[in-house]
Design a protein around this ligand. Sequence first.
Ligand code: ISL
Ligand code: CA
Length: 556
Amino acid sequence: MERAFWKEAVVYQIYPRSFMDSNGDGIGDLRGIISKLDYLQELGVDVVWLSPVYQSPNDDNGYDISDYYNIMNEFGTMADWEEMLEGMHRRGIKLMMDLVVNHTSDEHAWFVESRSSKENPYRDYYIWRPGKEDGRPPNNWGSFFSGPAWKKDEAAGEYYLHLFSTKQPDLNWDNPKLRTSIYDMMKFWLDKGVDGFRMDVINLISKVEGLPDGTGEGELGDGSPHYMNGPHVHEYLHEMNQEVLSKYDVMTVGEMPGVTIEEAVKYTDAAREELQMVFQFEHMHVDAGEQGKWELAPWTLHKLRDILHKWQMGLQHHGWNSLYLNNHDQPRMVSRFGNDGEYRVQSAKMLATLLHTLKGTPYIYQGEELGMTNVKFGSIEEYKDIETLNMYKDRMDRLGGDQKEIMESIYAKGRDNARTPMQWNDGPQAGFTSGTPWISINPNYKEINAAQAVQDPDSVFHYYKQLIALRKQHLVMVYGDYELLLPDHEFIYAYTRTLDQEQWLITLNFSGAPAFLELPEPYESAHKERVIGNYSEAGMEPHFLRPYEARVCRLS
Ligand code: ISL
Ligand code: CA
């Protein structure tokens, strides 16, 4: 067992636009974060992952960067950022910045140069191609945000590739000059004291030579086999490691749609010197149909457990898991995998137990520790997310969609579910802003808010605090081997974690009804001492789990 800080840590993600507004303009900002550092310290997290705070025209809320070296005006100044970092470090909290380098904004100086002419020295920083003979785009790849992944630029009559919005042109990682520019920029932030990076869609940076068409009948094909885990991605990440990461004491996690276990082992095996962890997406697809995330399909514990189990086993000895059930791109976990009505508190705690007792590093998304829920806005006008809005327009205009059905899928899957402002108290605008918030507050803030949670010892918040503290006291939570029990149970996810003589049993009921529990021997007759649970010990029955009950026991 090789100990490492980043394996023992708990990470908290801040989406700055929605965290805390300090000046009443309705937009969360750095001084807002500074004002809430004591709250994070009380919760006990070790690391903050901060979504992008760089200069950006905000086509995709900061994931479209126009200047990597400066702070977005709406968020504050470099001096504010320095004060924030200092405040975190003083409290023993590390900072991971978001590194968005698959693409920039089309307003980035490199792209402005690049598009100006074919001869410009920055031309090759991006991916330009002439159209097909009939004027169609160079290939049939679709963008993640609806429509084709190419846009024609009139200046030189060529198309540029954008896997995300038209304002997020993809960088050309095959150009060594571009790679050096990125490494320089990373060093700039590391020299300022940053402790690590979360790397946005970092497994998309290497595209297959010739950019071949993707499969599919219609106008748009699936190009992903030609850009996910592409031909040179490991080479580039190893180079980044050698040039930059290995020279600092850093924490790294790569966000990787379409990553497989085989690939994840390569990205995270320490011997290969690339990254420490990846965010995989398989479990985020359990409730998607064949048409993708917007086609709603029921999830089952069987499907979810099979995926999580596969990843636990796959990275048990090489590599390391990152554990998450939501973030700024995903619906709220309690609404998706728990019950956000009658059993909101119990199911939020049950899911928290899962995240903190599987093997890997837990990531908490802001508001998760309060059991914040999805939101249903009455009209599309209240939504702000570019992915949601583009999909809505595409399905309404082009595909003649059924408006009610589209809204249902937005309610279930839209990214704005996670982006409504933090609910700090039951006062006006949930204490997030003294002005008008950039996106509406979830109307349930009077009941669900931090002020309530902090003073209520039975709150979701206090349960997270306990889980985080337990991790510091019991290395079995971090390093213990994982073993699955009851692989076919319809409602209960049960497993053990074992480190030397220490063995813990985790039993989680994923349903709103009591669930019958019978363990195989020797677990059934073992002596069980409860370590933590989401119901009181009174009323605990050995052979039943109460609705959404989570129980963690030490076996002897
Ligand atoms: O949000 C998604 C779920 O449909 C994904 O398709 C998402 O776009 C993908 O996971 C990549 O996410 C990251 O890069 C995007 C940005 O919009 C996301 O916020 C970011 O997390 C482009 O930079
Ligand atoms: Ca503000």
